[in-house]
Design a protein around this ligand. Structure first.
Ligand code: SF4
Length: 697
């Protein structure tokens, strides 16, 4: 029996895998502190997805099988040529929250520290970049201060833009169990849709899409006018309260104004404000509904402002709490796989650059942030980037303006894709395909939404010629001529030790991320590493449940910052030609672009094809029935999907799942509809507010 970690969402559930001749039995790991044995439908069906059908098992050049030597030499030689002709910024890496931390670290090291460009970004840009930016503005660091237990300890849990029941199901199960045991725990769900999560809500606020800042600025103002601010905390531990309160007052002062702006009843707004004001132990959970917005960073800070103003942070059951989408989105943040970060939560500051370059003994280091995901593909179309290496992700389906991504890949001089899946919308464009190990075959670590580092362990034999991602990157680095010593790893444990040591370099509590207590793990210690929450600064520590319990933030003067925010509407509003607002998101049983979960018949049986969900009133006006095919179009493209009619949608709003791809449903790739509008600070795309029209097919 092998203990490992689920490869799907950011809850990071522990799993036990038992291999008996031809079968694998997957169970929840009762000893793992994220799930205590629970699993959701996706995790429980993992055994259905482990066959080798559709696996990429051998390197390919122009879709012909070749040796590793040929493939790796081709990649290295082409990179050298392009760098010689156009400079290092003509190369880009687009990586993934599916990668393990060790893979992520080596990719980032090669790009930033040896090629000298920061044009490496991750698909995590699509799910949580606004939370990163919001945390850094408020705390001086990308710190998730709380933990899952806080949801169980709280007296009020506010879920904003989060369908926790489907997107973080085991965390939802924990919350539901806590509420059953302790009915006085109140739950407020703030979401334009009535979702499965709304079923346990004491109050559901069906907010008008894109108006969250008005609601939270209104809350901040309410807290002030009803004398619920913690002035002692504000004075001792924060800056910026005066300006933030002024903005809150000016954006919308009264409950009737806020209710009107947010499309809510005055009674519901007042009830939410009263609940928040009177409940010290409040956790506010936010997810893609907040982050995936052209004002995502402001939305995050408007929430954090309310917690700082009431001193509700760093305490059991009282914290703002961002939940991430992918199994290792947090690991990507930690290793600096976002184009605007350095490794170990360091920034593009001269002293940090010097520290990292010195540690890596690298010949060069990227001096400034690189291009973020959407910009990166635009730069290919503009002819600035000539080569891209895509690892473990499917941007032709998942990025906004997905047809432009197709165009971009078609224009590249070199497209390298390393993946475990042979046929995706993205592998179609690859000149070089590099077979990577899949879940169950690879070794490494992931970090979940509560900063808990867990091991993924191998329990299956290596199929074909597949290799670990870190090995593939390392072999390319060697062929690029970089010092053997810099990429001399023999195992993921070697990489982890180096990374852990770097996190402690000249840190001494000046940064949040420090796992130097794990820097001297032996191979055997690494193999048996138990789940642990960072920071962990010495081998004798047991990890850190909560941060900011001492109210020391990672800013220059250790004070947190409230941010003055004026609300603004989404960039594209519905109009006469495109009268509906399209919202996209996950379904209960599918994961990302379905390359794994799509293999499970029982998961597909929940929702076997894509759909558009529409309010009965709108369906009536369009004269469409349940099961009809309709065309949903934006200014950029169209999909053809089946109709579901539900009053869980608001009139004027429609919802389409994000999962379906060009391989399993040629006309349901919803990314093709989404404009490439991004948050100006975080670069995160606005996936929740696309004007569309709906017509009979
Ligand atoms: Fe996997 Fe997330 Fe389900 Fe846990 S909740 S089993 S991590 S998909």
């Amino acid at each position: 029996m092998v203990q490992t970690t689920c490869p799907y969402c950011g809850v990071g559930c522990g799993i036990t895998a038992e291999v008996n001749q031809h079968t694998v039995t997957i169970k929840g790991d009762k000893t793992h502190p994220a799930n205590f044995g629970r699993l959701c439908s996706k995790g429980a069906a993992l055994a259905d997805t482990l066959d080798l059908n559709d696996r990429l098992l051998y390197p390919e050049l122009h879709h012909q099988r070749v040796s590793w030597e040929t493939a790796l030499t081709k990649v290295a030689n082409e990179f050298k040529r392009i760098i010689r002709e156009h400079g290092a910024n003509a190369i880009a890496f687009y990586v993934s929250g599916q990668l393990l931390t060790e893979d992520y670290y080596v990719a980032n090291k090669l790009m930033k520290g040896f090629l000298g460009t920061a044009n490496i970004d991750t698909n995590s840009r699509l799910c949580m970049a606004s939370s990163v930016a919001g945390h850094k503005r408020a705390f001086g660091s990308d710190t998730v201060s709380g933990c899952y237990e806080d949801l169980e300890l709280a007296d009020l849990v506010v879920l904003v833009g989060s369908n926790l029941a489907w997107c973080h199901p085991v965390l939802y199960q924990r919350l539901a169990a806590a509420k059953e045991q302790r009915p006085r725990l109140k739950i407020v769900v703030i979401d334009p849709r009535y979702t499965a999560t709304s079923d346990i809500a004491d109050l559901h606020l069906p907010i008008r899409s894109g108006t969250d800042v008005w609601l939270f600025n209104g809350l901040l103002n309410f807290l002030r006018t009803h004398d619920h601010l913690d002035y002692e905390f504000l004075e001792a531990h924060t800056h910026g309260a005066g300006a933030a309160l002024k903005s809150a007052r000016e954006s919308a002062a009264t409950i009737p104004q806020i209710a009107q702006l947010c499309g809510l009843t005055e009674m519901d707004v007042a009830e939410f404000y009263r609940l928040f004001a009177k409940t010290d132990k409040t956790v506010t959970v936010y997810s893609q509904g907040v982050n995936q917005s052209s004002a995502g960073t402001d939305k995050v800070n408007s929430i954090i402002n309310c917690h700082l103003a009431t001193g509700r942070i760093g305490k059991p059951g009282a914290t703002p709490f961002s939940v991430t989408g992918q199994p290792n989105a947090m690991g990507g943040r930690e290793v600096g796989a976002l184009a605007n970060q350095l490794v170990a939560h360091l920034d593009f500051k001269p002293e940090h650059l010097a520290l990292v370059q010195q540690f890596w003994q690298s010949p060069v280091i990227a001096q400034q942030p690189g291009l973020k995901a959407v910009e990166l593909y635009d730069a290919i179309v503009a002819g600035q980037i000539k080569a891209i290496w895509i690892m473990a992700t499917n941007p032709v389906v998942s990025l906004p303006h997905a047809d432009k991504v197709k165009q971009a890949l078609g224009m590249c001089e070199l497209v390298v894709v390393s993946d475990c899946v042979r046929y995706t919308d993205t592998t179609e464009f690859a000149h070089v395909l590099l077979p990577a190990l899949a879940w169950g075959e690879k070794e490494g670590t992931v970090t979940n939404s509560e900063r808990r580092i867990s091991r993924q362990r191998a329990f299956l034999p290596v199929p074909g010629d597949a290799k670990p991602d870190w090995w593939i990157i390392t072999e390319v680095a060697r062929r690029l001529g970089f010092a053997e010593t810099a990429f001399a790893y023999q195992s993921s444990a070697d990489i982890f030790r180096e990374y852990a040591a770097l996190s402690g370099e000249q840190n001494k509590g000046t940064r949040d991320f420090d796992i130097s207590g794990l820097a001297n793990l032996s191979d055997a210690d690494y193999q048996r590493l138990s789940p642990v929450q960072w920071p962990l600064k010495s081998p004798t520590e047991v990890g850190t449940t909560r941060l900011f319990s001492d109210y020391q933030f990672f800013t220059a003067d250790n004070k947190a910052h409230l941010i003055a925010i004026m609300p603004r509407a989404p960039v594209h509003l519905p109009n006469r030609d495109y009268p509906f607002i399209l919202n996209t998101g996950r379904t209960r049983d599918q994961w990302h672009t379905m390359t794994r979960t799509g293999k499970s018949a029982r998961l597909l049986s929940h929702t076997s094809e894509s759909y558009v969900e529409i309010h009965p009133q709108d369906a009536g006006l369009l004269r469409i029935q349940v099961g009809d095919l309709v065309t949903v179009s934006s200014e950029l493209g169209q999909v053809v999907v089946r109709v579901k009619i539900s009053d869980h949608q608001q009139p004027g709003n429609v919802f389409i799942p994000m999962h379906w791809n060009g391989q399993n449903s040629s006309q349901a790739r919803v990314g093709a509809l989404i404009p490439p509008v991004t948050d100006p600070i975080s670069g995160q795309p606005e996936f929740k507010h696309t004007p569309v029209k709906v017509e009979r097919y």
